[in-house]
Design a protein around this ligand. Structure first.
Ligand SMILES: NC(=O)c1ccc[n+]([C@@H]2O[C@H](COP(=O)([O-])OP(=O)(O)OC[C@H]3O[C@@H](n4cnc5c(N)ncnc54)[C@H](OP(=O)(O)O)[C@@H]3O)[C@@H](O)[C@H]2O)c1
Length: 297
């Protein structure tokens, strides 16, 4: 397929590389031009402006947040202004439910199609083409994107025809992951302070009652107090909890645990933890118990 790819951060650079490796004709754009270089060496074409990435059947965006997605998609020289009629904007970023709805409307008005396909999996899973992809949008448009999903992920799950449904599901999943991180942090602080080996404890949990990947990944990082380098930066995790709470507010759904998580992120940032991985909120309980300080703080 002829594909444009916009946003070559931790996730996007690995995803765009997999599309090139799968044989697609990929044109890449990133705000900071130096991040395009590695992709060009792999065989991608360079987009110097957003319009250059909008010449194919599909343009994928993998951007940090709502501000970035708005600037790239809705600006005068952005995606909506440049995409051909009938072409697809495949939004894979974790953005708000409201912005997803706004983008769907803007593309429909311009005679284009909009599919939301946010992902689960950190950059190592993106590099291994093992992402889990949640899709929502017009089934025909979602179907046309299948070769892209096949090149990026291990499983693709359609969740509805309204694109924003995929964004809400993604946010709910990240709320659950952050809850796991906080809960693991508290449990590890408890047993660790009693002198029990933290790694042995995580091994015990993940080989018995909690054999799920997030417990293994985050349990290991918390046991080791290893929150750098950030594979998923704490400000992006905070963004997801805030977007979850915004969606919860508009649906009138009380989420007390999400409110608590918001404050845990604020506590991390108040101490200068902005550059750490989001799993660093799982280190706060140990610190509260008088244990090791987080390395960057
Ligand atoms: N990392 C993970 O584990 C993970 C997992 C699943 C989903 N996600 C989601 O995937 C998305 C990307 O995450 P990431 O970890 O790849 O983030 P990242 O490494 O911080 O990359 C962010 C990308 O957005 C661009 N960007 C930021 N602000 C911009 C603006 N105002 N205008 C234009 N471009 C802008 C950046 O461009 P520059 O290079 O110029 O800064 C970069 O290409 C986020 O929505 C995140 O929540 C992340």
């Amino acid at each position: 397929m002829k594909i444009g790819f916009i946003g070559l951060g931790h996730m996007g650079s690995a995803m765009a590389a997999n599309l090139v490796k799968a044989g697609h004709d990929v044109t890449v754009f990133n705000r900071s031009a130096e991040k395009r270089r590695a992709l060009l060496e792999l065989g991608a074409h360079e987009a110097v402006r957003i319009v250059d990435a909008c010449q194919g059947e599909v343009v994928i965006t993998m951007l940090a947040d709502d501000t970035a997605a708005t600037q790239i998609a809705l600006a005068e020289d952005g995606v909506v202004a440049n995409l051909a009629k009938g072409a697809i904007h495949l939004s894979m970023s974790t953005i708000s439910v409201a912005l997803s709805g706004e983008l769907a409307q803007a593309h429909a008005k311009a005679g284009q199609r909009f599919v939301a396909a946010p992902v689960f999996g950190r950059p190592d899973m993106a590099a291994a083409a093992k992402l889990f992809i949640v899709t929502a949008g017009d089934p025909a448009a979602v179907g046309e994107c299948k070769p892209i999903f096949d090149a990026l992920g291990q499983k693709t799950v359609p969740i509805g025809t309204e694109p924003s449904a995929a964004n809400l599901v993604k946010l709910s999943g990240n709320f659950l992951l952050a809850s796991v991180i906080e809960a693991l942090g508290e449990a590890i602080a408890l047993v660790g302070k009693a002198g029990i080996d933290r790694h042995a404890y995580v091994d015990l949990l993940t080989s018995t009652i909690f054999p799920a990947p997030p417990y293994k990944t985050y349990g290991g990082l918390i046991a080791e107090t290893k929150f750098e380098p950030a594979a998923f930066a704490a400000p992006l995790g905070y963004k997801d909890i805030r977007l979850t709470l915004t969606a919860a507010e508009s649906l009138r759904v009380p989420m007390p645990l999400a409110s608590l998580l918001r404050d845990r992120f604020l506590r991390l940032f108040a101490q200068g933890g902005d550059s750490l991985d989001w799993s660093a909120i799982g280190g706060l309980a140990t610190q509260d118990a008088g244990g090791t300080r987080l390395s960057a703080l």
